[in-house]
Design a protein around this ligand. Sequence first.
Ligand code: GLY
Length: 328
Amino acid sequence: MINRRKFIGAATAAGMMGILPKSVRSMGKGLSVRRELPVIISTWRHGLPSNDAAMKVLEDGGGVLDAVEHGVWVPEADPENRSVGLGGMPDRDGFVTLDASIMGPDGNAGSVAFLEHIVHPVSVARKVMEDTPHELLVGEGALQFALEQGFKKENLLTPGAEKDWKEWLKTAKYDPVINWENEPNKYHDTIGLLAVNKNGDVAGACTTSGMGFKMHGRVGDSPIIGAGLFVDNEVGAATATGMGELVLKTLGSFLVVEFMRNGMSPQQACEAAVLRIVHKLPENKKFQVGYIAVNKNGETGGYSLQPGFNYALYQSGKNVLLDAKSYY
Ligand code: GLY
């Protein structure tokens, strides 16, 4: 039986799709409440130290783009984190391949995908944004560009990740598990981090080694602007975590931002985007997807398909881990 909360979410999303009468379609248009700025919000427990690093940049007078980049450097450089940067899970053939994106208040964006050997793919993404006429570089070309820019080539396959991969090879069963992110220090998924500075300027970054033991060449949602990350300085920002294929097929982060543009709060917008997955993609029951969002007023939200998703919120002097509500 659908409960009231789910009905309201469903009604709002259906309204945005033009299914419901006009009177019901206005449900999502609430008054926005101004919250304290700056605010930083990021996915999963690894968001806590990332938020600290991002907030420090803002407190020291740095820019909002620097804040999101420095924030996600923390898990990228952590060899114990199995889903981002150094120490990330390899693909089924033993290669650690990274996806990352960054987007700023001016609407400019940069991404890299299927990039090997670079600890901070988000910084290569920023270079793509700032120093090339392009938005996305992939694979060998992205690595060549990174090396030309002075990034160091490193082995990202740590002994711990190699051990896990060799263990996996014994069965070599590719079966993504809901909330594998929650195995301590093991599979934590993507970090997506969004920031609004005290002037209301918005930026975001998203970085991951993608699904553990993915097919060689697989790229997820994180480097695709509109899927894993989207920023619109007139509205706010959103980012995604979980099974990237579902996010890609619904262009999830763009959808969240557009829902906010049309009057939804960040919380309502995240719920409506998850509902879109539920309505459109029957495989949704088997996977996890989580969204977080922030608007220019500093209101935030987070929601997921399955229970178990959490996110870190730094606002009004406190950095806390929050459990997201979920559809199931
Ligand atoms: N959300 C990360 C990925 O699917 O690669």
